[in-house]
Design a protein around this ligand. Structure first.
Ligand code: HEC
Ligand code: HEC
Ligand code: HEC
Ligand code: HEC
Ligand code: HEC
Ligand code: HEC
Ligand code: HEC
Length: 261
């Protein structure tokens, strides 16, 4: 069975035979101290889990601590989670608590996305799942490299750069693939905005280098409506600057705000 985590790593070409995720021996990866029993609860459970406050063992196991299988018992069939591109990795992830903290207080949502943790878990799984020597050698190589020198991408950590952003964020591509598939060339993992980015001037004539017109611009609609609204009957589709401002696509040069119905 091909495991999904492979595709989230740039080693997309490598595959591995692995047990289904709910059978994976994952409890051994991140051992917890055996001390939770009898200890005071470190903080209130989140509101979603508050109903388990008298059932510590729903999540905790003596000796091994939090076991992924216990989380999965209750959360295996979350369809929207598994079908949504950025969170589909839940079908094969071997650990939960890196991103889902608990005991942070009742008002605290127990989710804190960490790409760093995601990549580390992925690397760990590569190592554990590698059955043949070739895969194991590659995993070791990758792990060594990930601990290595200069980051190949300026905005993310070396470990994060083992992630293939587009696997999870292809649907977030605001650039219609015009900027390529290597999102991390320009983006970090915290937010998509880039503070130092200054948009080219409205007098630029290069708009089409970075922007793609909507399908309607390649149909009758363009000559019949768009060009008329803008009062530019002879403008070509690729001359965005003839009709558009840089403020908003609905801000039409000379015609003002235009919202079609
Ligand atoms: C919804 C699952 C869940 C329930 C229910 C739960 N815990 Fe936890 N607990 C966690 C998670 C997650 C951690 C953090 C473990 C980590 O850092 O990897 C944790 C950590 C702890 C720790 C810190 C030590 C350790 O193992 O890391 C203690 C002590 C603890 N819990 C006690 C309790 C007690 C007592 C209860 C019952 C009143 C309880 N927990 C119920 C999820 C749960
Ligand atoms: C006994 C069943 C049970 C166990 C065990 C359990 N959960 Fe939950 N969890 C629930 C229920 C019920 C909810 C609230 C309804 C929902 O969102 O499905 C919830 C909600 C959540 C949410 C959404 C919280 C929010 O408000 O965004 C996350 C994330 C989550 N659980 C993760 C975990 C993790 C990680 C573990 C293991 C440490 C775990 N759960 C263990 C039953 C459980
Ligand atoms: C690398 C970080 C990461 C790991 C590891 C991880 N998750 Fe998540 N999880 C997320 C993110 C991000 C979301 C989306 C939260 C949102 O939409 O706000 C999410 C959402 C969820 C939800 C749905 C919450 C909701 O609001 O409906 C559940 C349930 C859940 N995770 C359970 C798990 C379980 C069980 C594991 C371990 C098998 C796990 N997660 C491992 C990051 C992680
Ligand atoms: C395995 C899936 C996965 C991979 C690979 C991945 N991400 Fe994410 N990313 C997520 C999830 C899940 C979230 C949380 C938000 C959500 O649920 O949509 C997120 C959030 C983000 C956000 C913040 C979005 C916001 O509005 O809060 C940015 C920016 C981001 N990722 C960039 C990247 C970059 C850059 C890469 C490549 C280095 C990358 N991601 C790789 C799953 C992934
Ligand atoms: C050549 C550089 C470059 C590449 C490569 C690139 N982007 Fe961007 N992206 C930008 C710039 C610049 C902005 C504008 C940032 C701003 O306004 O702060 C942006 C904006 C975005 C935004 C909207 C931010 C906002 O909230 O307005 C998203 C989402 C986004 N990019 C996703 C992606 C994804 C997904 C990929 C990979 C498939 C990608 N980008 C590749 C340069 C790039
Ligand atoms: C060097 C690349 C580049 C050039 C050239 C460029 N833009 Fe942009 N533009 C971007 C990026 C990146 C964003 C932010 C990402 C996004 O939301 O699409 C953006 C955003 C916009 C937006 C806001 C979109 C929204 O929905 O918020 C408009 C409108 C726009 N540009 C119009 C233009 C026009 C008109 C021209 C030519 C005069 C032009 N751009 C030239 C890169 C460019
Ligand atoms: C001849 C004038 C003209 C040219 C050239 C032109 N547009 Fe437009 N565009 C319009 C007008 C008018 C509208 C609003 C009414 C409509 O949809 O026709 C519009 C709407 C849009 C919208 C919003 C569509 C929506 O559904 O909300 C986008 C995005 C857009 N144009 C992008 C571009 C890009 C990118 C280019 C260049 C590659 C371009 N346009 C070239 C006139 C033009």
């Amino acid at each position: 069975m091909k495991q999904y985590v492979w595709t989230i790593l740039t080693l997309g070409a490598m595959f591995v035979a692995a047990a289904a995720w709910w059978l994976a021996p994952v409890g051994a990866i991140f051992k917890q101290p055996a001390t939770w029993q009898g200890m005071a609860e470190p903080g209130a459970l989140s509101i979603s889990h508050a109903h388990l406050k008298n059932n510590c063992a729903a999540c905790h196991t003596s000796v091994t601590g939090i076991e992924t299988t216990k989380c999965i018992v209750c959360h295996a069939n979350n369809e929207s989670l598994l079908q949504r591109q950025p969170t589909a990795f839940h079908s094969s992830i071997s650990s939960c608590t890196e991103c889902h903290l608990e005991h942070q207080g009742i008002e605290h949502r127990p989710t804190n996305m960490s790409h760093e943790a995601l990549a580390r878990i992925g690397l760990q799984q590569l190592n554990e799942d590698a059955t043949d020597t070739e895969n194991r050698a590659l995993a070791t190589h990758l792990a060594t490299w990930a601990g290595g020198s200069a980051p190949p991408h300026p905005h993310i950590s070396i470990v994060e750069s083992t992630l293939n952003c587009v696997t999870c964020h292809g649907n977030d591509d605001h650039h219609f693939k015009l900027f390529g598939q290597d999102c991390a060339q320009c983006h970090a993992t915290e937010f998509w905005t880039i503070p130092e980015f200054r948009h080219p001037s409205a007098t630029s004539m290069d708009c089409a280098q970075c922007h793609q017109a909507p399908p309607s611009h390649y149909m009758m609609h363009f000559k019949m409506i768009s060009a008329r609204v803008a009062g530019k009957p002879h403008a070509r589709v690729d001359q965005c600057f003839q009709c558009h401002q840089t403020t908003s696509w609905n801000d039409i040069l000379g015609a003002g705000w235009y919202k079609h119905h």
